[in-house]
Ligand binder design. Structure first.
Ligand code: 26W
Length: 824
């Protein structure tokens, strides 16, 4: 046995074969002759789990025995995707499993398709959480991911006549092989009710919360396997249930129907993931979800802490650090105060001192509509004790910090108050998070600078050292090793096998960028990946595409600031040029889109509809002669990303400067050798710095230029009247050219850009974008030149591994020590 890894011995193909058959018989109740692919997949998962659970036990025992300090990652979202291939790769036995299954007559790739994506998140923020827990386990840091066990993850997307239709996602309808229910660790969670002020025998005032409802929280654990079987950490997800003890009297007093209704209401809490990643829903159920999650997780942490330290709280902040993934779990701050002050009877100052050493907050967005604010009256109803605590946190902050720094300055108090005054008073969760945390970070250099200068300048004046940057990253295990096996083999053979855990090793590839043999090998792999994707496209959409065309990819949530419609306007410009000049010379290109729109986001859905209608027209227009194809991939998700990213030639990262906090798709695509067309926004700026200006096509206004343009007064009509091509394209959208017999169906885009004021400066950046695309077209014609750029992209983005992000968090925020896990 290997003393420094949690998973002792890795299975051979022969051992796996035995176990798969054993599970086919003993767990699935079937046999090799009649087993369905689903049963084969489950039997293989059960076999893998024997190794995974060994590692989990070893890791938990080691952490317990060594009483390690741990990070507790609090996130309402985890976009895990599939775990089968990931776990096999991280255990180091993908090839063994592939061989075992082949000998049993099964293709491992078919089994991979049996798994539903675990889509317990919306987009970047949720996927980042998934990459981070992978890196934490790989780097041997003690860590727990806390989240919600949603019954329904992000909706499934279908297109009907070009419209987005949402269908429920039931990822665990038939059970999920990776999760373990832990009823012994269930918690009781309170909501609603009222607060009573009482006085004890010494005359000391106490607040007693009499809850109106109690809900049970049941944890499900998902093992998170580190690369090479290092540590196996857990992702602990809470499911809500009716609390039997609370319903008992209702039930006994003849209220069977009432009790049954209360059960349903309790179970509603973890029913569904909110599909909004752009607007604050402001709904009661969402606040209850957030509190349910925070209260369960804190109770879990405290239970574990007390096992080691009893009622002595003096080590709490030494043992526990909690990372708030955006403000969604910010109610954990008043909840910990409540536990310490009301339950542990600690004085306010000591309790607050603990809080301010435990919490750290990551900001993921500057968009005003995404900054969470809760109506005070909603808080009073759902969490009557917490709103009192928030008032007291705010009172002390305004008196002890703000008024000391800016004596008598009412305007400063108004701006900095955790409570926003007005017709409907609101709790500002961002303010609460900054005040209650010892560190606040943005997710890319430019974004962190804007958090300081635009979002919280006064907080920076009060606490300059609180603010820092930690640029995002992605796990190279999933986003290169597992999803692009061909390129991974080439890398292994060229620069050695250390790169998955030391991604800067990729820079050794730079020396080979001019080597024709390397260029041929690299581009041959890209070509095979493109052929694979063409097959997927054919099966999914029926559209035939030429795998030799340039593959241009924009994959991300649909949002105006991400500007999928800017991409669309460029496509229309090319189409129009072809119609006007039948010999128009361009490199044949396939434009891929993948994007879900929030169900209530009207214009986002209009943009999807427009892309689909225009795709339909162009794809069937003989005059185009296949120079353009447009493919909108339905139901974009992690497992589809894994097929698209290895096949991409061009990566579209075209947000309005200052709006995309970081982006992480940009990193995954560059890592797989795609060349970025992008604005100077988020992490694009840092990617440009790493790959150099010859290997990226930057366009558009910078953050400062955007600010200057807004300041002087932006009028999108200037661009409409001064650019005849742009005008013609927008006017085209009002005709029935793409929607025969139904003029105006695509007019919403033009309206938003003209009458609507074009808040995201699509019109201002259009000409520059078209030029950048012409640059790309020129670059692609030079095969060797393109190959060199592609190789240099892969070679130069080692910085963007999530391992580096995690090491930055450890150094600047968490202060953890690695814990090598032994096995027995
Ligand atoms: C309250 C509704 C809501 C829900 C989710 C508002 C905002 C969000 C998230 C902050 C949206 C999100 O996923 N943000 C993305 O986070 C990524 C990881 O840091 C960044 O790479 C993306 O740029 C950012 O848009």
């Amino acid at each position: 046995s290997n003393a420094t890894v949690a998973v002792a011995a890795l299975p051979t193909a022969a051992e796996l074969k035995d176990r798969i058959i054993r599970h086919l018989h003993g767990t699935l109740g079937t046999d090799v002759n009649k087993a369905s692919p689903q049963a084969w997949w489950r039997a293989t998962c059960a076999s893998i789990n024997e190794y995974v659970f060994d590692g989990l036990r070893n890791t938990q025992r080691t952490h317990y025995q060594q009483n390690t300090r741990a990070v507790h990652y609090f996130s309402l979202e985890y976009l895990m995707g599939r775990l089968f291939s990931n776990n096999l790769h991280n255990l180091g036995c993908y090839d063994a499993a592939k061989q075992a299954l082949a000998e049993l007559g099964m293709d491992i790739a078919d089994l991979e398709e049996q798994e539903e994506d675990m889509a317990l998140g919306n987009g970047g923020l949720g996927r980042l959480a998934a990459c981070f827990i992978d890196s934490l386990a790989t780097l041997n840091y003690p860590a727990i991911g806390y989240g919600i066990h949603y019954e329904h993850g992000l909706f499934k997307q279908e297109f009907q006549h070009g419209f987005q239709i949402e269908r429920p996602d039931s990822w665990r309808e038939y059970g999920n092989p990776w999760e373990i229910c832990r009823p012994e660790s269930a918690q009781e969670i309170s909501v609603y009710g009222y607060v009573e002020t009482v006085y004890d025998l010494q005359g000391k005032m106490k607040k007693v919360w009499h809850p109106g409802r109690i809900i049970k929280a049941v944890p499900w654990d998902i093992p998170v396997v580190g690369y090479n079987g290092s540590s196996v950490n857990v992702l602990r997800l809470w499911e809500s249930r009716a609390s039997d003890f609370f319903n008992w009297d209702v039930f006994n007093s003849g209220g069977y129907v009432d009790a049954a209704r209360e059960n349903i209401e309790a179970e509603t809490i973890s029913k569904v993931l909110y599909p909004n990643d752009d607007t604050d829903a402001g709904k009661e159920l969402r606040l209850i979800q957030q509190y349910f999650f925070c209260s369960s997780s804190l109770k879990d942490i405290i239970r574990r802490y007390k096992r080691a330290h009893g009622d002595d709280w003096s080590y709490f902040a030494k043992q526990v650090v909690i990372q708030l993934n955006d403000t969604h779990p910010a109610v954990a701050i008043p909840e910990l105060m409540r536990v310490l002050v009301d339950r542990a009877e600690m004085n306010w100052e000591d309790a607050w001192n603990i809080c301010q050493h435990v919490f750290a907050y990551t900001n993921h967005t500057l968009l005003p509509e995404a900054l969470e604010r809760w109506p005070v009256r909603l808080f009073e109803k759902v969490l009557p004790r917490h709103i009192e605590i928030i008032y007291e946190i705010n009172r002390r902050f305004l008196v002890e910090q703000v008024d000391v720094r800016w004596p008598g300055d009412v305007e400063k108090k108004r701006k900095l108050s955790i409570i926003e005054e007005g017709h409907e008073p609101m709790v500002r969760m961002g303010h609460l998070s900054v005040v209650g945390s010892f560190r606040v970070n943005g997710v890319a250099e430019v974004h962190s600078a804007l958090v300081k200068s635009d979002l919280f300048p006064e907080m920076v004046a009060l606490w300059p050292d609180k603010f820092t940057n930690i640029t995002n990253g992605v796990t190279p295990r999933r986003w290169l090793k597992a999803c692009n096996k061909r390129l991974s083999k080439l890398l292994d053979n060229t620069i050695g096998t250390d790169w998955p855990t030391d991604l800067t090793k990729l820079s050794a590839l730079q020396a080979h960028a001019d080597d024709p043999a390397m260029q041929d090998a690299f581009m041959a792999i890209k070509q095979q990946n493109k052929a694979d994707l063409a097959e997927v496209v054919k099966n999914l959409t029926g559209i035939a595409i030429d795998p030799h065309a340039l593959f241009d990819v924009q994959i991300k949530r649909l949002h105006e600031y991400k500007r999928q419609h800017l991409n669309l306007l460029h496509i229309l410009a090319l189409y129009r040029r072809i119609l006007q000049d039948p010999d128009y010379d361009m490199v044949p290109r396939v434009f891929f889109f993948g994007a879900k729109a929030a169900p209530g986001y009207k214009l986002a859905k209009d943009i999807i509809y427009a892309i689909n209608k225009i795709a339909d027209k162009i794809n069937h227009d003989k005059r185009v002669k296949n120079r353009i194809k447009v493919v909108f991939m339905p139901n974009y998700r992690v497992s589809l990303a894994e097929k698209m990213i290895p096949a991409a030639d061009v990566s579209e990262q075209i947000s309005t400067a200052g709006k995309e906090a970081s982006g992480t798709g940009n990193m995954k695509l560059a890592l797989n050798g795609a060349i970025t067309v992008g604005t100077m926004d988020g992490a694009n700026i840092e990617i440009a710095e790493e790959v150099g200006s010859d290997n990226i096509a930057i366009f558009g206004l910078s953050v400062d230029e955007v600010k200057a343009l807004y300041a002087k007064g932006y009028d999108s009509r200037d661009y409409y009247y001064n650019n005849p091509e742009l005008k013609a394209i927008l006017d085209w959208l009002e005709t029935d050219y793409f929607t025969p017999g139904k003029p105006g169906e695509l007019a919403a885009i033009k309206r938003s850009l003209i009458e609507g004021g074009d808040h995201y400066l699509v019109m201002a950046d259009f000409a520059s974008y078209v030029k950048a695309q012409e640059t790309i077209d020129g670059w692609y014609r030079d095969k060797a030149g393109w190959a060199k750029k592609a190789i240099l992209n892969t070679a130069s983005v080692g910085k963007f591994t999530s391992d580096r992000s995690i090491e930055d968090y450890v150094a600047r925020v968490w202060q953890l020590t690695k814990c090598e896990v032994g096995n027995v």
